[in-house]
Design a protein around this ligand. Sequence first.
Ligand code: GLV
Ligand code: MN
Ligand code: MN
Length: 436
Amino acid sequence: MGEPSRPAVILGYRYYVAEAREIGMNEAVAAVSEQRQWDRLMAMGALGAIPGNGVNRACLTDLDRRARRLLIGWAKEIGASVSVDAAANLWLRRDGSDPHASPVVTGSHMDTQPNGGRFDGIYGVIAGFEALTALHDAGVRPRRPIEVVAWTNEEGGRFAPGCMGSMAWSGFRRIEEFADVRDSDGLRFGDALAAHLSAESDLPHRLLGGEPHAYVEAHIEQGPRLENEGIDIGVVTGIQGSRWFTVTLIGDTAHAGTTPLSLRRDSVQDMIRAISALNTLMYDPHDVLRFTVGRVIVEPNTSNSVANRASFTIDFRHPDKTVLLARGDAVVGVVQAAVRDASVTVEETFHALPVSFAPSVIDAVERAAAAQAFRHMRLPSGAFHDAQFVVPVCPTGMIFLPCHKGISHNPAEYSSPTQLAAGTRVLTQVLAELAA
Ligand code: GLV
Ligand code: MN
Ligand code: MN
């Protein structure tokens, strides 16, 4: 096997070099193919392509199934075994030399935002699979099995909230709890899941849950820090907390030309009052807090009728648990106090506390980035990821790589083939080390 195109080790890592040779780590890293990975990402990006190089591939749609089948076809070429669990999480596995050893798991998600890009999520799945392919091509078989997982519905774009697959796998929520969540066409998540599992019934079934030795997820940063600071690899230290709410206001519809304002129960006007009060609640002079109203539905949604129904979503995030709990818990009271005429309900649909990653995985990522002479830095994640729900189950970490101007959840999302390959080389080294 040849050496990697970049120096595999730097001075000060002599002991590590010897160990790396023993487990074939350098050979596996050298076998990572930038071109093959890029071609696979582009093939995935064609499934649900939208103008401007974007992708719209919602979870549990026909496009999602086609993407999964494409991946399964590639997995079969390297003899990886394939299985699916009750949350439709898709698992690819390459056995290790010890049949009793617990696996090292990597992966991410294959669904996108409606106006998404070609890398958010799918990169982590393809990178994990590229690492598996590289280990296969280099003839390296670590002691532990390595599994690549494609978690179901990370985005929450079709069925909210996101991370349903990883929440169900980790036992944080039961998959049945999501059955009645509906998409914008009124289709139930439970029905979409059942239809998907029945279409995939030829695949071996595996139990939901597990006790991996470790989990590491590769992802584009989705923010501008790495690019701005000229860094190749982000060593992710943790993920900030998120809380999602849906606020629904019910008033009365009425004629816009004839009904005096004093007699109206206008749900849109109350929505404006509520959002304005929430902006005050969420004000943060340090600009650390994230507060987004991203989805608004108004009925009957005509220009000459007062709206009888308005609903909007709140996506609120903060790295400090105290702030996340205090301001999140204040949402209901602030909305109720602000609303004048409509009746209001506030439902919390997602609640993920901030997490810190395991020092053992953080150190392994940092060591691999240093050994491959990549410029690297530690940073927390502003986006949530499936890794957040794996934290209580096993030592967990993430690898970030830069993306152009930090743009994400946007068709313009872009990382270069070389940047993406750098992340995968680091991932391959980390997986080989953790699985040794
Ligand atoms: C994940 O897509 C997030 O919204 O952080
Ligand atoms: Mn993602
Ligand atoms: Mn996303």
